[in-house]
Design a protein around this ligand. Structure first.
Ligand code: TRP
Length: 438
């Protein structure tokens, strides 16, 4: 459970959620995100854990084994393979963003943020992005951190550290909220995030909110499945899922409130994009009493949260190689991290030297972000739900999930009908193949 919480809570909560909410019109995005997380995310997380625990192996072999057990085609393993690929793609830009946190950790400690104004914070971040060498150093450091843990196989020490680090992250977010309440504009932040404005719900907001639900809960690529394979029998899958989803959502909402309080107090734009966190929080840390310590602690804890997440991005691919080839864990993790590192170089350069390069109007960073969150993860989730709903034997599922009849029926309904249909409708809607809602 700790490992799954560690996987879920990461940059998705602190970095991605606020910037996506800012771009998606605030409350419109938040409400759809909450609905997606609860109605699609929670049942799907239960499904992934169940599939992993029943099969006891990496996603590729898990899908093949379970499909055969149900008398179906082993080609279902393609879902696992797609997940492994998706994980490597995500890791490539995830690591670059984690590098931002490392850089700002150092800046904070050395007093580089002291007394910073909103304009300076924006300029500093822009200057940082324009310096690919610096981005690359941190990206490489973070990939190395990830490989070191994944190569050693057991993540026990890290999981235990989670027990201190996660609550500490919650505590520091509360400190930030305190700053936001005193110096920021928390009233407007709360209004922006929670007062319903259905007019802003467009097909693309719905898609990005669903994508965010998958991203932040680590769903749709077999990460949770892989961790499920390490989960002891006897532990309640439903309870684990609820605890993880609740903690993950709380962290995201706290981060969002703190950041938007600063955004509105300084007249910044909520839709500032991926740099939003780096342009707002330094103002708080640079100007609050004890800000150097608080800021250093914050960036340290976020780096840690990102670390326990990146491990779960690399673990499925590594487990797959180690379980199917003669490569050792060390060799497997280096083989899978290599492509992520290389692609990450392109991501880092896409902010400066390679800025002009774009596909469908998106730069490399935005393209990878969009492709993984909004397409590959929901598609993986759709296939995983369909597999559980239509292929796997019901008796095996109820045996593994251990729910009462009512809860099992509800779960089964969502994976069989609700989630696949919802995901397909959202896809069709955004492509304009359906009459648009909203
Ligand atoms: N959930 C993590 C976060 O919010 C990122 C992450 C880790 C992830 N493993 C994943 C996202 C698997 C999608 C799939 O930072």
């Amino acid at each position: 459970m700790l490992a799954t919480a560690g996987s879920a809570i990461g940059l998705g909560n602190v970095w991605k959620f606020p910037y996506m909410a800012g771009e998606g019109g605030g409350s419109a995005f938040v409400l759809v995100y909450l609905a997606c997380a609860g109605l699609v995310g929670v049942p799907l997380m239960m499904t992934e854990i169940m599939l992993g625990r029943r099969s006891q192996c990496n996603p590729v072999n898990a899908m093949a084994r379970l499909a055969r057990e149900a008398g179906s085609s082993a080609r279902w393993s393609a879902v696992g393979a797609m997940g492994i690929f998706t994980g490597v793609l995500i890791l490539s830009f995830y690591s670059v963003v984690a590098g931002w946190m490392l850089d700002y950790l150092v800046r904070c400690v050395t007093g580089g943020l002291d007394g910073i104004t909103a304009e300076q914070a924006q300029a500093r971040f822009a200057g940082f992005l324009a310096d690919p060498r610096r981005l690359l150093v941190w990206h490489s450091v973070f990939i190395a951190m990830t490989v070191i843990v994944v190569a050693r196989g057991v993540t026990q020490g890290l999981e235990r550290a989670n027990m201190i680090m996660m609550p500490a992250l919650g505590a520091i977010l509360i400190v930030l909220l305190g700053y936001g309440a005193v110096e920021g504009n928390m009233g407007r932040a709360a209004k922006f995030m929670f007062s319903p404005d259905f007019s802003k719900i467009t097909p693309s907001v719905v898609l990005s909110a669903m994508g965010q639900a998958f991203f932040t809960l680590s769903l749709g690529m077999g990460a949770v499945m892989t961790y499920g394979s390490y989960l002891q029998r006897g532990v309640s899958i439903a309870r684990t899922t609820f605890a993880v989803a609740a903690a993950d959502t709380i962290v995201a909402l706290l981060a969002g409130l703190a950041i938007f309080s600063i955004v509105f107090a300084h007249g910044l734009a909520p839709a500032s994009g991926p740099g939003l966190v780096m342009q707002t929080l330094p103002i708080a840390f640079g100007n609050m009493p004890g800000g150097r310590v608080a800021g250093a602690l914050f960036f340290l804890l976020v780096t840690f949260a990102a670390w326990t997440s990146s491990i779960s991005l690399l673990e499925p691919a590594t487990a797959w190689l180690a379980e199917n080839t003669r490569l050792s864990r060390v060799q497997s993790s280096l083989t899978t991290a290599g492509p992520a590192w290389l692609l990450g170089i392109a991501v880092a350069l896409s902010f400066s030297d390679w800025k002009g390069f774009s596909v469908f109007g998106l730069g490399i960073f935005d393209l990878l972000d969009y492709l993984t969150s909004n397409i590959l993860l929901p598609l993986g989730g759709l296939l995983i739900a369909a597999f559980a709903g239509w292929v796997m034997r019901e008796a095996h599922e109820s045996d593994e999930l251990g729910l009462n009849a009512l809860a099992f029926g509800a779960w089964r309904f969502t994976v069989r009908y609700f989630s696949p249909v919802a995901i397909i409708l959202i896809f069709l809607n955004v492509t304009g193949l359906l009459p648009r809602f909203g």
